[in-house]
Design a protein. Structure first.
Lengths: 297, 538
């Protein structure tokens, strides 16, 4: 609820329209590309450039306003609520893919294997199919080196205890370094803040690099691709969207790091740091879910 | 309800407070009233675009046989009509009302996140334009129904990725709008405006905002999987690879059922705001209204598969979803009872907003009862995918959501513009709409019970009579809406010429803060928080 101080209301914003233009250009370009139109990639690059310029501009505007003390406590609360509800929407987005994994593993794959009322269907349609996990389905879907659809393909599922376990340790450590940086901020220890953020960002990008290596292994050595039936689909969709979110989180943290080197943030006023840290912990928790449900089980 | 002390209303500090000059004002505005107006105007435009599509559908169905359009285009029309009406007209109209009214109702200067508010609107416009562009593409626009079920929807031509990205943009827009509304309600209320003093419209939007944030990412995830199934070789919805097309239906309706409540909960809120004013009584059962809204929202998340009774679910699933669905009738019944009890022994007058609201209570209840019929799984096997379901959801959307949007327009236009609308034409608009909407949709119950399937451009001759009557009702209903367009333009341009008072409706100031402000309210309503004084109504 409001207190009796004057309100802060920004006027005449140009960045939101530019952000929208960038997003739409990018997506229209991507759609054109998928339809095989030659203008697609150009549009995507133009949209991306607009979007990056917008991010730089809008971030500069906001951090300038924040540092000049224009935001009162009420604005700070609005921002925090905004970030919390945004993270809630992200949780729901990941819930879709976790739900998909649950549904296919526990319901639809067993049904294909003749469980429940599906016995006759299985006998008629897929008599030789055995419902086990991982699976690439009754037809054994896969793709060959040229990207063409193959049937009866073999693939090797991703193990948990190699790179994925290392990545788990990396992300957990990055959560610790992030909190260490926060303690530095609160204790007005600028050096600790910057070192902690550098470590967090570095660990984040290391995670992404390892993940890229893992994908490369999967595609070249293990026959595991997006086209490897439902296992490949859920594996790459879940880990792929997670990796994408790690990138976003690392970029946000990089902006916070850059601002920290410029002397931004005070112990009592550092919303951007908090938001980035919340996001980072969210990405961390999603990974723990992935490690258990995608890799381990 | 409560009132504000007036001394704060015209108080300005020394920021630059006026709107930008010229058309650019509307592009870069962060003002909740400007953005509310943009949303409302856009929604009205899309209401007519979607309406033209409906007219094409009813013209084709006027007689059996193919008259005007190809079957593929007919199916495009049913699909696009639904998508445009849901995402382009009804939802944006309620977001527009939320933008205009919530800050004024809770004593806030503006929305909590004004820049994001601007972005929500322009993302909405972009999303709808991206969707509309598919009408002119090779292969036509999506024609698999607004539910976009695979595998059928994967046969869409060039339109598919555009439709998917349009859903993404509309989703981001809705989530941003919902976050903004929730942050505004939680963080921007004037001192004294406690949660249980908030107008019902604010309460219903708070809960709707939560629904939107929870479900739009789910729809985005579902269409993303459609995209990867089509273009990147995944097999989420393909049994050959171990997937299941029915999974899409589960995910879609986990989104889709709360989605229909996104359109009806704010409707309830506006009705609960209007009816007490014209009954000259406080709303009956305020707190039970709040709890009923919350219960309906909760139930909306656990009933989704009643849209899929005929899909071949295990019997346990059928039974669970049947009983859970029936539960919704209880909180909804509480609401209908409360509206009726509010009018009981009230000093009723029947201005246009009240007429639309009463019609809403009666006709929405009918739509609710047909919903109850279909919640019974074994009966639903007869009704499923027939015109009965078309009649059911149109009763809950047209004489409910759309009527209440009309009521809201008549109710608040004098406040927004400072001019009074023409009551005679308003009443004519109401009676034409209320009669024709029943001629349009009531016969569709009979068609459905007799077995006429939906989404088919042709039909057996035994369905001819009721289809013709339904189409005639449709044409009258469509034409009547031009009266509303006329009234809106006329009122903005001066209306009856009568200068309206601050409270507009007799004793309206007892019911809501917005009626204690000038008509039209200043560009910036408050610059410091107003003091809220509790009055006799709640």
């Amino acid at each position: 609820m409001s207190t009796n101080v004057a309100y802060y209301i920004p006027h005449k914003a140009t960045w939101p329209v530019i952000a929208t233009a960038g997003l739409v250009t990018m997506l229209a370009g991507f759609a054109n590309y998928l339809n095989g139109s030659s203008i697609g990639p150009t549009l995507m690059v133009v949209g991306l450039v607009i979007f990056i310029v917008m991010l730089a501009g809008w971030f500069t505007l906001q951090s300038g306003e924040s540092e000049s003390g224009m935001y009162n406590t009420q604005v700070g609360i609005s921002y925090r609520m905004g970030m919390m509800w945004f993270i809630f929407s992200e949780i729901m987005f990941f819930a879709v893919f976790f739900g998909t994994l649950y549904y296919t593993r526990n319901l639809s794959v067993p049904w294909l294997g003749g469980e429940g009322t599906g016995a006759a269907t299985k006998e008629l349609l897929w008599p030789t199919f055995e419902a086990t996990w991982p699976t690439n389905g009754p037809k054994g879907l896969g793709v060959d080196a040229s990207g063409a659809r193959t049937f009866g393909a073999e693939f090797e599922p991703m193990g948990a205890w190699g790179l994925p376990f290392l990545n788990t340790l990396i992300l957990l450590t990055s959560g610790v370094t992030c909190t260490w940086a926060h303690h530095g901020l609160l204790a007005k220890n600028r050096d600790q803040l910057i070192k902690g953020l550098i470590a967090t960002v570095a660990l984040g990008f290391t995670f992404v690099a390892f993940q890229a290596f893992e994908y490369h292994e999967a595609y070249t050595e293990m026959g595991l691709t997006l086209g490897s039936g439902i296992y490949g689909s859920t594996f790459f969709m879940l880990t792929g969207f997670h990796g994408f979110h790690v990138c976003i989180g690392a970029i946000i943290l990089s902006v916070v790091l850059f601002r920290s080197t410029r002397g931004h943030f005070k112990p009592e006023n550092h919303f951007a740091f908090e938001a980035a840290a919340w996001y980072w912990h969210f990405v961390d928790v999603v990974w723990l879910g992935l490690f258990v449900f995608v890799y381990l089980m | 309800m409560s009132a504000v002390t007036a001394e704060h209303v015209d108080h300005h500090d020394d920021h630059d407070h006026g709107p930008a000059k010229g058309l650019l004002r509307w592009v870069i505005t962060t003002n909740h009233k400007d953005i509310g107006t943009l949303y409302l105007v856009f929604a009205l435009a899309m209401f007519f675009v979607g309406g033209i599509m409906a007219m094409i559908i009813r013209a084709e169905l006027f007689e059996p046989g193919l008259q005007f359009v190809q079957p593929q285009f007919f199916n495009s029309m049913t699909t696009m009509h639904a998508l445009v009406m849901v995402f382009g007209a009804v939802m944006p109209a309620f977001v527009g009302l939320a933008n205009w009214m919530i800050p004024m109702m809770i004593g806030a200067p503006d929305m909590a996140l004004p820049r994001m508010n601007n972005m929500s609107f322009w993302l909405l416009v972009s999303g709808v334009l991206l969707l509309a562009s598919t009408l002119f593409m090779e292969g036509g626009s999506p024609a698999a129904g607004w539910t976009l079920y695979p595998p059928l929807v994967l046969q869409t031509g060039n339109a598919l990725p555009f439709a998917v990205f349009s859903v993404h943009l509309l989703g981001i827009s809705s989530i941003m709008g919902a976050i903004n509304i929730i942050a505004t309600i939680f963080n921007m209320r004037a001192p004294g405006m406690t949660l249980m003093k908030m107008p019902l419209f604010v309460w219903t939007w708070l809960i709707t905002g939560f629904l939107l944030i929870a479900i739009m990412p789910v729809f985005a995830g579902a269409v993303t999987m459609l995209l990867t199934d089509k273009f990147f070789g995944t097999s989420f919805f393909d049994a050959a690879g171990g997937g299941d097309p029915i999974l899409y239906q589960h995910i879609f309706w986990f989104f889709g059922h709360p989605e229909v409540y996104v359109m009806i909960l704010p409707t309830f809120g506006v009705a609960s705001t209007i009816i007490p004013v014209f009954a000259r009584k406080p709303l009956f059962g305020y707190s039970s209204m709040v709890y009923a809204t919350a219960s309906i929202a909760f139930l909306s998340f656990i009933v989704w598969a009643h849209h899929m009774f005929t899909v071949g679910m295990p019997v346990a699933g059928e039974l669970y979803f049947m009983y859970a669905t029936m539960l919704i009738a209880i909180p909804t019944g509480v609401k209908v009872f409360n509206w009726t009890a509010t009018m009981w022994k009230g000093s009723l007058t029947f201005e246009t907003p009240m007429l639309f609201s009463i019609a809403f209570v009666v006709l929405f209840t009918m739509g609710g009862f047909t919903g109850l019929m279909m919640s019974i799984a074994p009966s639903d096997f007869q009704y499923h995918d027939t015109y009965f379901i078309v009649a059911h959801f149109h009763y809950t959307l047209v004489p409910a959501s759309v009527f209440i949007l009309m009521a809201a327009g008549y109710y608040w236009l004098p406040k927004w513009t400072g001019h009074m609308y023409n009551e005679k034409i308003g009443q004519l608009h109401f009676w034409l709409s209320a009669v024709s909407v029943n001629i349009l949709f009531f016969p569709q119950h009979f068609l459905g019970l007799a077995g006429m399937p939906r989404r088919i451009p042709d039909y057996a001759v035994q369905f001819a009579d009721w289809n013709m009557i339904s189409s005639i009702g449709g044409f009258i209903f469509g034409a009547s809406q031009l009266l509303f367009l006329y009234i809106v333009i006329d009122t903005i341009r001066g209306g009856t010429g009568e200068k309206v008072t601050d409270e507009v409706w007799e004793d309206a100031h007892k019911h809501g803060l917005e009626w204690t402000l000038p008509s039209p309210p200043p560009y910036h309503t408050f610059t410091t928080p107003p003091t809220v004084i509790p009055t006799e109504h709640i």
